[in-house]
Every structure is written in C-alpha cells, then in structure tokens.
Design a protein around this ligand. Structure first.
Ligand code: CMC
Length: 435
C-alpha cells in the first residue's frame, strides 16, 4: 500500500494483482489517522487480518485521546493531570457521558440524581444470599449488573433518551452498592445501606467498611484518594472491556447487559484484574525472601508463562501518565492511613530493577495504571478481590459514554468481525462405527 505523504494524505492506494484500489484516509484530531477499508472486500474480495486488533480502529470517537508514545491521556480534550488535580469523579463522569464540563446547576442535578438512586431493590438482597461466601466479587458484580435489567424493564428502550438517562443514573448510583454488598456477603457482615449525606466515594467506603454496631467515620483523605483513582480509571478509549461493551451494545442489548459484559472482560488479569495480580506477585516476592531479581528473570523467561503484572501496555510505549499520578497518591495515602506497607518498598525496588533491565527497556515496558493502584486499595483496607470491582466502578462512565456514542452514531452496525478459515476442506460424514 502507498500514500502520497505518510502523515496527512487523504487516500492510500492498494495494489492487488493488476487492480489498484484507492482507500480514503480518515484524519483524527491529533494525527492518529486511519485507512478506511470499508470498500476493500466488496472491490477485491479480501479482508484484513489483525489478531488482537493492534492495527484496527473499530470506530471514530470524540471521548478520549491517548498518545502511547508520549504518555498523553485526555478526556474530551482535558488533560488527565488537570482533571486528577481539580475535578471530582462525578464531574468527570458527567464530562465523559454528556460531552462538556457541567455548569454548577447541571452538576448539582446530576449529583442529586445519582445520590437518590443508590438503593438497590430490596428483593436483590436474596440475590446476594444465593452465592457462596467465597464467590469472587467480580462474578457477583457482573451478575448483579445484568440482574438489574429485571427490575428496570425501561432499560430495554435503548432509543428513548429519557429511559437511557435514568438507566445511566441508576447504573452510576447502584454499582457501588452492588460492589460493597458483594464484599459484605463474602465476609459475612450485614449489608450496609447507602447514605445520601455522603459524597460518592465516601459513600462507597461507608457501605464497605461500616457495621451497624458502631459509628464509622470516613477519612476525607482516603475518600479523596479513592475519588482520584476512580477519575484515573474513568475511560481509556477502545480497551478490551470497552470494546466488549460496544460489541454487546451493537446487538441492541440493553445497557445493563452491555455493562455486565464489560465487567466480565475487565476481570481478566491481563486487563483490570492486573491490580489483584500485582499484589499477588508482591506477596509472593516477600514470602520468597524479597529478591525481586528472581521474579524479573522469571518474567523474562520465554519458557515461563509468568508476566510481571502491572507492567506493559498495548498502547503506552512510555510511562502510563496514570501510573505517575497514582504512585505519588499511594505515598500520600500510606502516610494518611499510617499504613506501613512493606509491599510498597518491594514494588519500588521491582520498578527500579525492571526499568533498568534491557528486556523491559527494549520492549518499552513501563509500569501501568495497575502497578500502584493496588497499594492504595490495600492501604484503604480493600481486600485484593475487591480491587477490580473498584476499577469497574471507575470505568463505568467511560463504558456508558462509549455505548451512548455508539448508539447515537449513524455509522454503527452490529459488531461482527470476519475470519480466515483454515480448517479442513469439505469432507463426507463418517458413521461412528467406521471411525
Ligand atoms: N512481563 C513480561 N513480559 C512482558 C510483559 C510483562 N508484563 N508485557 C509484555 N511483555 C513482553 C511480551 O512477552 C512480548 O515479548 P516478546 O516480544 O519477546 O514476545 C513483548 O513484551 C510485547 O508484549 P505483547 O504481549 O505482544 O504486548 P500486548 O500489547 O499484546 O500486551 C499487555 C499488553 C498489557 C496484555 C501485556 O503488557 C501484559 O500482559 N502485561 C501484564 C498485565 C497487565 O499489567 N495488564 C494491565 C494493563 S493496563 C490496565 C488495563 O488494561 O486494565
């Protein structure tokens, strides 16, 4: 394939046999351009093959900009560093979903809507009772999320803006309640109801850690740190879980079903489950005597399936900007909670060794968002199995914004990749006695 100028050309030409096909180039805001191959199969009979979608744009999007070479992340144009320093999670959620920073009045209305929908239907208590106490909170959260569509049949009206808005508000309001109750179930404590006088993150802490028998004071520094983590996780363009939400949504499944699928995709240790895997690794290092080199060597061994969780990213070939913010927040939270976590020291040594190792340098493997987020969750008191639930609460506005953008786009079609079949050619059925 050739283009006039590799950067800003308007078309690329593809030569296949004697045929030459002109393919338009779609320009992104910041130079991330794409060859539109929409006509390729119709004109040549060929499709593209791109396992893992490393070179495939599935949509155009106006939500999040990510430059992996320079470590840049912006939501709706606003740099993540500015949002992390000055905004709140609910304001960022509004920005992602509705496209602009809210006015004071819009924000107050949104916060009030979310605050007044935090209760889940009382019948859902039985839902939690039906799981074993060692159920993974991610499994409970994914099931509870799709389960909510049973209580809110208006969520089927995916083209009715009022029904969509109330579904969005309910989801943002209720996901923390579902997440906290999945934890309470696991530790055998009574479910704690939401409190409308608390902010979003403070309320999550309250539902997680309060017990009916004594007063629980939310530490405002801890609530602030949790809010920051949620902001940093709020969107990350077409990652595996977001692509899943879009794919399921493209079938016109309701929003609860689409988000539940996203939660399941997030669970994997190569994606959101990495925060739990990082702490597992650090604990194993400590239990093993504290030598980080051995684990770095294990991660480098091509015959070992072990990977250093919290390192590497499909897009970032530089520091993940979120990891930088999280590392300094982790230091502040450890100081605020008085938690003297020996894992933090091991994490810093591991980071130092990896960043100076030729294997990691040559592959441009840097700490990602999950490397230090687990340290904060741990210092707050979340058990490892709850880390990815917190990630899901943070990612929810991004999933919703991406679903909404897809549903409103005239370009949207059902997501349906093709394949190159490499199995056996036609053959005749053989009766079982003759096999
Ligand atoms: N430890 C050791 N080697 C690694 C790691 C790692 N964490 N990550 C990548 N590599 C190696 C990989 O083996 C490959 O080496 P080679 O070229 O010799 O075969 C090379 O680096 C390129 O890796 P890749 O698997 O082709 O890269 P990818 O873009 O397909 O995978 C990734 C990205 C995030 C799945 C991967 O880096 C990984 O498994 N990291 C650990 C899990 C993790 O931290 N996930 C969280 C990602 S950020 C938040 C999120 O998405 O939720």
């Amino acid at each position: 394939m050739t283009t006039d100028s590799p950067t800003r050309a308007d078309a690329a030409s593809l030569r296949v046999g004697g045929q030459e096909l002109e393919l338009p180039i779609v320009h992104g805001t910041d130079g991330d351009d794409a060859v539109d191959i929409g006509k390729l199969r119709g004109e040549t009979g060929l499709i593209t093959l791109d396992p893992g979608y490393g070179n495939t744009g599935a949509c155009t999007s106006a939500i999040t900009f990510l430059d992996g070479e320079d470590g840049i992340l912006r939501y709706r144009g606003y740099p993540i560093e500015q949002l992390a320093a000055q905004s709140t999670f609910l304001e960022v959620a509004y920005l992602l979903i509705w496209g602009e920073l809210p006015t004071r009045e819009q924000l107050d209305r949104f916060v009030s809507e979310v605050t007044h929908h935090t209760l889940i239907r009382e019948e859902m208590r039985h839902f939690f009772d039906s799981f074993p106490s060692d159920a993974h909170p991610m499994a409970v959260l994914a099931s509870g999320t799709v389960g909510m569509s049973n209580f809110y049949p208006d969520s089927q009206n995916i083209f009715d803006p009022d029904a969509v808005e109330i579904t969005i508000n309910r989801l943002i309001a209720k996901l923390p309640t579902l997440a906290a109750w999945s934890f309470k179930k696991a530790i055998g404590q009574p479910y704690v109801y939401p409190r409308n006088d608390l902010g979003y993150s403070a309320n999550l802490l309250h539902m997680m850690f309060a017990v009916p028998s004594e007063a629980y004071e939310v530490n405002p520094k801890v609530a602030e740190a949790l809010d920051l983590l949620l902001i940093l996780h709020a969107d990350h363009e077409q990652n595996a879980s977001t692509a899943t939400v879009r794919m399921v949504g493209s079938t016109h499944a309701n929003l609860y079903a689409s988000i539940s699928a996203g939660i399941s995709a997030l669970w994997g240790p190569l994606h959101g489950g990495a925060n739990e895997a990082v702490i597992d690794t650090l604990e194993r290092i400590v239990a093993d005597g504290g030598s980080v080199q051995k684990w770095v060597d294990k991660a480098k061994d091509p015959n070992d399936t072990f990977r250093l969780a919290g390192f590497g990213h499909r897009i970032y070939r530089n520091f993940d900007p979120r990891a930088k913010i999280i590392k300094s927040a982790a230091e502040r939270v450890l100081a605020a909670t008085g938690a003297d976590d020996d894992l933090f020291e091991v994490a810093q040594r591991l980071e130092d060794v990896a960043l100076n190792d030729e294997y990691f340098i040559s592959r441009k493997l840097y700490p990602n968002v999950d490397f230090y987020s687990g340290m904060i969750y741990r210092a707050i008191g979340f058990p490892k199995t709850m880390f990815t639930n917190c990630f899901a609460i943070g990612r929810l506005p991004g999933w919703i914004a991406q679903w909404k953008e897809m549903m409103e786009s005239p370009e949207t079609k059902i997501g349906r990749p093709r394949q190159v079949y490499i199995g056996p050619d036609t053959r005749a059925y053989v009766a079982i006695e003759q096999r």
